[in-house]
Design a binder for this molecule. Sequence first.
Ligand code: PNS
Length: 174
Amino acid sequence: MTTFSNPLQPSANRVRRAVCPGSFDPVTNGHLDIIGRSAQLYDELVVAVFVNQSKSSLFSVDERRAMLEEVTAAWENVRVDSFQGLVVDYCRDNGISVIVKGLRAVSDFDYELQMAQMNRGLAGIDTLFMPTNPEYSFLASSLVKEIAKWGGDVSSLVPPNVLKRLTERGSTTQ
Ligand code: PNS
């Protein structure tokens, strides 16, 4: 008979470590919802900023990491890191067996499923899809940047430290 270990069953000698990868340019309240909830499921959660050389960003990797460190400081089992290359290589190098992804809507699903199956095929790394809180189903960093750029109010969409940085950057009227 095939037996399956329960991944949520605490084990004396196994640290259940997961990664939440993303651009986080910048981190939003939607990201924080996913990070906070998934941190409750694992012993350690690494929030990993993907260093994407081919995509222009508003904030540098160091700024994005700093903002994430500030907003996750209260969660003792969450740490922030950054990586280049494949997420599955990052997982292998850091003893991580699960990728956590937030799903906002069905439109996210196609591509996320494709990546999840690819990552599983490449390295046996599973993906946990966590439905986002409906309150944040429309929220994306790209929209936050667009709204802030034209002086719109994003104070309910991002944590205060991010709002401050957007303001300093001249990207919002707040
Ligand atoms: O916040 P984003 O930009 O939607 O995050 C996308 C991200 C960084 C999670 C995704 O592009 C990724 O995992 N990139 C790492 C490179 C990689 O492993 N690509 C192959 C995926 S099958």
